[in-house]
Design a protein around this ligand. Structure first.
Ligand code: PLP
Length: 230
């Protein structure tokens, strides 16, 4: 049986190898361990193996886990679909949100962010798969949203996140990630100071790193297969 510690080690090796292949420094790619559906004990085990940043997708599950683990210096990233009525909990309990895809959600996060905390670190989720069922702002509307979010006082706009259509075709993975990368470069060219490209999951982290990922979000390859939705 694979333990979390050996799985984490293997993922770090994949990241280091992909960075080397891409001529990049491994330390320029942050590993976000996606712990959704897994227990607080699994997170504790990963922390003991040196992992401090965790991603969650379901608000109530995450808030419970964060409370259970309040004794550890963890960094929490919200990466799931975000509904208006959950923005307060997210603004109060997380350090980062990767899935901001409309102005209304951004406004609510900014007003609910407690003044005692640093600004919420935000990525805009962009839909490059063209699948209407998926979240994310369309590339066409991205710049307007970025302009809006940049002006909000309690949010700090850090970059872009995307979840491309799942495929084992590496060329297709690369093409979809490249589109996100070009949007990222385009915004920076217009004066946005973005430093975060949150792309790449268990199946496609090599392609994402080749296209410039600075955060990879890895669940299955660390914690195993998720067999329940929450
Ligand atoms: C679940 C999830 C992940 C992790 O996916 P794996 O394939 O298990 O690595 C990454 N990003 C988001 C947004 C997710 O919801």
């Amino acid at each position: 049986m694979t333990t979390i510690i050996s799985a984490l080690q293997a993922v770090k090796q994949r990241i280091a190898y992909a960075a080397m292949q891409a001529g990049r420094e491994p330390q320029d790619i942050r590993l976000l361990a996606v712990s959704k559906t897994f227990s607080a004990e699994a997170v504790r085990e990963a922390f003991q193996a040196g992992q401090a940043a965790f991603g969650e997708s379901y608000v109530q599950e995450a808030v419970d886990k964060i409370a259970t683990l309040a004794d550890l210096p963890l960094e929490w990233h919200f990466i799931g679909p975000l509904q208006s009525n959950k923005t307060r909990l997210v603004a109060e309990h997380f350090n980062w949100v990767h899935s901001v895809d409309r102005a209304k959600i951004a406004d609510r996060l900014s007003s609910a962010r407690p003044v005692a905390l640093p600004p919420l670190q935000v990525c805009l989720e962009v839909n490059v798969s063209g699948e209407a069922s998926k979240g994310g702002i369309s590339p066409r509307e991205l710049e307007a949203l970025a302009t809006h979010v940049r002006a909000l006082p309690r949010l700090q706009l850090r970059g872009l996140m995307a979840i491309p259509a799942a495929t084992d075709d590496a060329a297709l993975q690369r093409r979809q990630f490249r589109e996100v990368r070009e949007l990222f470069d385009g915004l920076n060219h217009k004066g946005f100071k973005l430093d975060t490209l949150s792309i790449g999951m268990s199946n496609d982290l090599e392609s994402a790193i080749a296209e410039g990922a600075t955060i990879v979000r890895i669940g299955t390859a660390i914690f195993g297969t998720r067999n329940m939705r929450r």
